[in-house]
Design a protein around this ligand. Structure first.
Ligand code: ADP
Length: 319
């Protein structure tokens, strides 16, 4: 293999730039040419492809977002779209592709691999909702952003003796809510994997209030329902003044944490090594701090599991 490509796709995540940097530098280290594809699969279909040099990834390791930009592209879900993408790569002589993104992007990587175009996927999404890796790139940064926000809300919650519901990202996976809840000592955590906890939330609030507790923090993953509606239901059921904060897209941005930069650097470099050793159709990941790789098809069929021991612990520590 003499030429490889790299693209970022789907929702952006802090640390994607560090992964791009690792791919580019590791390829050049091996004497391979590397091409950046702008705007994800959309740019691939359109042939928006440029050669990258050592300097083109300078000064990006600490930046959030993705210098290659990202896009959502429905055309790429079709056979024709995928064939167009492969033709654009073949025109330049690119023989392998590294795709950085979430589970939708991994599906795209799988489709290309099925069409005999070698691809390696790198899991990058703040949701941490992909099987086969303990952490996805961006999760740690998002988590720290959420914690910083909750700490600030906690100050005002204490001053005003209020109950706060904080809605965080996580449609299918409650990882951000769970980890943030444990890290911030939340009274209750509502996650999609355990959606029927409303009575428990109310019981805890009542118990705390009887004990003289002045304020409470409840963290709700968006997949469970609307924070605004939950806030109203809580206020109606307890008569406690309840406020709601929806953290929204600020969870996606910001400079990546050290953990995300290191994870992205390790996964990016490993993806290049796998491609160069003739492997394809794989996703790289980290399990128990060891670099691993799994068949993408298997990863997509497997469900990401929340850590229920941690969920139980959060309940025990917030009695
Ligand atoms: P994420 O990668 O963050 O999960 P999306 O689910 O939006 O984000 O997927 C990103 C892109 O991946 C889509 O816009 C599409 O171009 C491509 N993609 C998603 N699913 C498929 C699929 N089944 N086949 C081919 N490409 C897909």
């Amino acid at each position: 293999m003499k030429k490889i490509g790299v693209l970022t796709s789907g929702g952006d995540a802090p640390g994607m730039n560090a992964a791009i940097r690792a791919v580019v530098r590791k390829a050049i280290y091996h004497g391979i040419e590397v091409y950046g594809i702008k705007n994800g699969f959309q740019g691939l279909i359109e042939g928006n492809i440029r050669k990258m040099e050592i300097g083109s990834v300078g000064d990006i390791i600490h930046r959030g977002g993705t210098m290659l930009y990202s896009a959502r592209c429905d055309e790429f879900k079709t056979n024709e779209g995928q064939k167009k993408g492969i033709n654009q790569l073949k025109k330049i002589g690119i023989e392998g592709l590294i795709i950085i993104g979430g589970d939708g992007s991994l599906r795209g990587a799988q489709k290309l691999s099925e069409k005999e175009f070698p691809c390696i996927g790198i899991p990058a999404t703040i949701d941490n909702d992909i099987a086969g890796t303990d952490f996805t790139i961006g999760f740690d940064t998002a988590l720290n952003t959420v914690i910083e926000a909750i700490d600030k809300i906690r100050d005002t919650a204490t001053s005003h003796e209020r109950t706060y519901v904080i809605e965080v990202m996580g449609r299918d996976a409650g990882d951000i809510a769970l980890w943030a809840g444990l890290a911030d000592g939340a009274e209750s955590i509502l996650i999609p994997e355990q959606p029927n906890e409303f009575p428990d939330v109310i019981n805890r609030l009542r118990r705390g209030h009887e004990r003289g507790k002045k304020h409470s923090i409840i963290i709700l993953a968006e997949g469970v329902g609307s924070g605004v509606e939950y806030g109203q239901r809580i206020q109606d059921a307890t008569d406690l003044e309840t406020r709601v904060t929806v953290l929204g897209h600020l969870q996606r941005g910001g400079s990546p944490t050290a953990a995300d930069r290191v994870l992205a650097s390790r996964l990016g470099a490993q993806a290049v090594d796998l491609l160069l050793s003739g492997k394809a159709g794989l996703m790289v990941g980290l399990e128990n701090n060891n670099l691993v790789h799994h068949n993408i098809l298997r990863i997509l069929e497997e469900e990401h599991m929340i850590n229920f021991d941690m969920y139980q612990l959060s309940k025990e520590l917030s009695i």
